[in-house]
Write a protein that binds this ligand. Structure first.
Ligand SMILES: Nc1ncnc2c1ncn2[C@@H]1O[C@H](COP(=O)(O)OP(=O)(O)OP(=O)(O)O)[C@@H](O)[C@H]1O
Length: 249
């Protein structure tokens, strides 16, 4: 379980410190996807970067609890996967090398096992023909699916997704989300998804939180009956979207 306790952080300029996340507390259960919606500039990427270990918390912090043991969340101790808005693939490495790199870096080069799993995951994401290609020769949707493969191959303790489908056109994004979800259902990874897309949050989040711009606080839609369902439109669904939209404004 991921636990964020009274976490605050911000950016220091020459003149002052701008606090972006104020005393934020949240939990994500093992195998749960918490989708956080928030208006532009409310601090979604800042939160993701802090959880990925790229920005330090000023106070409070993030912890990973397993089997009664609570440790400070850290990329040194935990496998933290990130799927950013752009794929984040290294352009000078093939898709296969990109996918296996995180295992190599952490000396988790599970050789045959890793290679076999990569084959399975890339088949599930329909990218098995692309493994020896370089990212520059892929379409946006293909590159994003490669980034999903790379993240799942690590079997992350925590997967962070920052607007992972927002650079794709609607049809490509829908396909990539469907493939991601089928993989998530198989691996049951603990996920924090940040997005400004209400329908995406309703489709991919077991639970939805809305982050406000002013206080950095989060209001929750505790249960999400639309998780995993492609809903075109109906009164209840539209009402739920309206409620979320009101929190966002
Ligand atoms: N490196 C930085 N230095 C100073 N301020 C920053 C830096 N990065 C982000 N900010 C500021 O922190 C606030 C939160 O930014 P952040 O990128 O986390 O928001 P966001 O919710 O992800 O926005 P968006 O949805 O537009 O990507 C914004 O006001 C932004 O200008």
């Amino acid at each position: 379980m991921l636990v964020l306790e009274d976490a605050s952080l911000g950016y220091q300029s020459k003149k002052n410190k701008k606090i972006v996340i104020h005393n934020l507390t949240l939990q994500i259960e093992d195998g749960e996807c918490l989708a956080i919606l928030g208006p532009s500039g409310c601090g979604k990427s800042t939160l993701v970067n802090a959880l990925a270990g790229m920005l330090p918390f000023d106070s409070g912090g993030a912890f990973y609890e397993k089997d009664g043991l609570k440790e400070v969340l850290s990329p040194k101790l935990h496998r933290i996967g990130v799927i950013p808005q752009g794929s984040g693939l290294l352009p000078w490495k093939t898709v296969r090398e990109n996918c296996l790199l995180p295992l190599k870096i952490r000396k988790e080069d599970r050789d045959r096992e890793g290679i076999k799993e990569l084959e399975e995951i890339s088949k599930a994401l329909h990218i098995e023909e692309l493994l020896d290609r370089y990212p520059g020769s892929l379409s946006g949707g293909q590159a994003q699916r490669a980034a999903i493969a790379r993240a799942f191959l690590r079997k992350p303790d925590l997967l962070l997704m920052d607007e992972p489908f927002s650079s794709l056109d609607a049809i490509t994004a829908e396909e990539a989300k469907k493939l991601y979800l089928s993989l998530w259902e198989k691996y049951r990874v603990t996920v924090l998804l940040v997005t400004h897309n209400i329908e995406e949050a309703l489709y991919l989040g077991n639970r939805i939180g809305v982050m406000s711009r002013e206080r950095g606080s989060i209001q929750y839609l505790e249960s999400n009956p639309y998780f995993g369902s492609v809903v075109k439109s109906n009164d209840e669904y539209d009402k739920t979207k309206d409620i979320l939209m009101k929190h966002l404004l």
